[in-house]
Design a protein around this ligand. Structure first.
Ligand code: CA
Ligand code: CA
Ligand code: CA
Ligand code: CA
Length: 248
């Protein structure tokens, strides 16, 4: 908003306009410590890497959109670890029907079953809808990775995410390597991922878009308790992300 201030000097009054933007800071209410992997997990959708057996499950159970769901419709949990080059995720998702409605990865990608990873490299919080202050990567069943570009349209970011999904019955294991890019990322340039270190904090949330048979996704389930009526804020507002703290 604009703020107008009258400045009086030698009997004259000059009105000066200031542009004021309200700063809402991130509250860091959900802090998770993440242990470093001694050996990097192999991205093969198989959870037999040493680090995964020494890491606890975290819940994926906050309803962001849709009606209350049954356990056989959706159940999710996840683990995290890191190396100096990347963040690693292991997600176990039980979903009764896997649906890839739109074969074009850039068409309504949020209405297909997909795993969504929210990352704010410097844990700044703040608005990120059409900028790279933070990313909201949607990993489709076919492995394509989509987020909004600075041109306000969907774009593939497949080089940021290496993933493998292995599905047995209704249970999928998604194993994911996430390279982190800072807010200087440019869509049309060469960019290098940042290096990670002990003590670094990262904004993070995980979600799953569940669609089994509908025109639009039926449920959107996240890892963070979002206050207020509108819980579908993660794709715009990095303030709702949790905070990861990297440890040895
Ligand atoms: Ca593995
Ligand atoms: Ca389902
Ligand atoms: Ca940021
Ligand atoms: Ca589904």
């Amino acid at each position: 908003m604009n703020v107008y201030v009258d400045i009086k000097d030698k009997g004259k009054t000059e009105t000066v306009r200031f542009h004021y933007k309200k700063q809402v800071n991130k509250r860091n209410s959900q802090i998770t410590t993440v242990k470093k992997a001694k050996t990097n997990p192999v991205i093969n959708g198989i959870a037999d890497d040493a680090i995964w057996s020494h890491t606890d499950w975290l819940p994926l159970n906050e309803l962001w959109l849709g009606e209350a769901y049954a356990k056989d419709d959706f159940f999710g949990r996840y683990k995290l670890t890191w190396s100096k080059d990347a963040l690693y995720l292991l997600a176990e998702i039980k979903d009764d029907v896997l649906l890839d409605k739109n074969s074009n990865p850039l068409e309504a990608w949020w209405d297909d079953d997909c795993l969504e990873i929210f990352v704010d490299e410097d844990n700044s919080g703040g608005e990120h809808q059409y900028n790279h202050n933070a990313f909201a990567y949607h990993i489709a069943l076919d492995g394509n990775v989509v987020d909004m570009s600075t041109k306000k349209e969907g774009k593939l970011y497949n080089s940021h995410i290496e993933s493998k999904r292995v599905t047995k019955g209704n249970t999928s294991i998604w194993e994911v390597k996430i390279s982190l890019f800072d807010n200087t990322f440019k869509d049309d340039a060469q960019n290098s991922p940042v290096k990670l270190h002990v003590g670094k904090t990262i904004g993070f949330a995980l979600a799953y878009c569940d669609n089994d048979k509908s025109a639009e996704r039926e449920n959107f389930i996240g890892s963070i308790n979002v206050e207020g009526e509108d819980k579908n804020k993660g794709w715009i507002d990095a303030n709702i992300f949790g905070t990861l703290k990297l440890t040895n």
